[in-house]
Design a protein around this ligand. Sequence first.
Ligand SMILES: [Zn+2]
Length: 148
Amino acid sequence: MTSTALPCYNPPMHNTPWEELTACAKEALSHAYAPYSKLQVGAAVWTGKRIFSGCNVENASFGLSLCAERNALACAVAHAERPKALLLLADTPLPIVPCGACRQVLLELGAPQLPILCLTLSGQQAFFRLSQLLPFPFDEGFLKPTLP
Ligand SMILES: [Zn+2]
């Protein structure tokens, strides 16, 4: 499998503290526990009031590994807050995007228009709205019983 170059857009700068989010994600990335993949990832969630960060935490039982994004989101939820923006930082040549599981959790807690800025330590960036990354989500609408 080859990696694809991501589209690069400048994120909207108003109302979202991208520089502070970058600093928090960088700090979190420095604590990533990634002895198996060697892929260090930091994430920072802006809730409109505060920033919550997380890093990836791997496990020898790979299925137990936790993504940086979901760790940051769980921290926000533990403080009764919800995401308004996400910054994802990775020590990779090209920006990485949230995995499918994280996209689903982002949608559950956020909005389809949630801004997501993906950065590398060298400054490469890609900007998305969540709806671009998860255009046909599984959501609560599928859980409601349908009436004949
Ligand atoms: Zn993930």
